[in-house]
Design a protein around this ligand. Sequence first.
Ligand code: ATP
Length: 399
Amino acid sequence: MMHGGLILKIDLSGILYASLQTSKKKFEQAKTKGDIEEARKFATECANTERKLATETPDQKKAHMNNAAKWDEIAKGVKFVQKKAIVEKGGNDKDEEDDFSGFGETLIETSTVTWKDIGGLAETKNLIMETVVIAGLSKPESIKPDKGILFFGPPGTGKTLLAAAAAGSLKATFFNVKVSSLLSKYFGESTKLITALYESARKHAPSIVFIDELDSITMSREDDQSDASRKTLTTLLAELDGFQDKKSDKLILTLAATNMPDKLDDAVLSRFPKRIYIQLPDRKACQEIIRIQTKGLDISKVDLDKIGDMCVNQKYSGRDLQNVCRDAMNSMTHRVNKEIFDNIDKMAELPFEELQKKTLKAGPLFMEDFMQAIARIKSPLTPADLKRQDDWNKQFGAS
Ligand code: ATP
């Protein structure tokens, strides 16, 4: 049976996003290899694709043009790649000095996420807003805004999203750093990268620095990377202590995240007096997340109270809910576009420009779409995982 309703245009930008991801990946690989020509080539490719995306998605034009400009800057500033190559070939310390001067720029992402894209987490959103506002206002010297906030909790609960929304709403520069990849890719050199990161954050302030997997750097590791890890942590802590001196009117807010708070050192914890437990969404938050994830579609036939309760019982995170909604939407798309999916072989042979002329229809979502999705999607969390987070929160969590 066909359900009438909303007509969705096929998302033309999809292929550009995919090509952007490929270019970014190739840029990363070239950078790691120290291949300056390749890195420059792929950075330029990213800039060009961002420009195409700007034309393709008018509502995000500005963000894509900003990204394009940043990639142009990166393409020009890949000299750290060259220096890294020198270091690898046995270069001296002087070469290493300005080794990574362009590195911070490579971590810049443009965020178009806003607070409205986040379901639940009202108190946390409020806390971040307060921190930012206090940082911006003129104030007596003794009132100092927080320099960093730590988010902990199970995976997929919106920690990255919060940082992206903080940056997106403020139109701040968003630095997104995964500590484990920093340590593994640039073994022994991550100290300079942290310095370069905060240099860029100062240069492009207001900045939100999101440091994910904070637990990957500790003082007490005993593996091969212990020395590199210790030095990196010392540098990070120094930056956290020093970057926002009272005379500076620049905002550089570090939002750090971990799924394993019990692995954090005391030295780290002391820099983050605000440790916010980002829990699994409750019933109301589940409903909000479902509304966000199905935006523009008809969900009036879905009993959201019932689905909300089921999602809480399933111990779903925001990411699990996103998957549930995708699965439900997928069922709906197949149902209302039978003529496309029954002939998918033929459709797949059409030139892309021909596909672009056709449309993918959207109809209402039904309870059954969600029930089937819930039956398929399992939370990866165990009760023990959750208990560990709860216990740590009771002992160390603080807001
Ligand atoms: P990890 O610890 O694994 O890095 P995380 O806590 O940083 O996870 P996010 O990356 O922020 O989680 O969330 C993953 C995805 O799940 C988001 O891109 C978003 O689509 C969805 N999501 C998670 N939480 C929420 C929420 N509160 N509101 C809306 N969407 C959410």
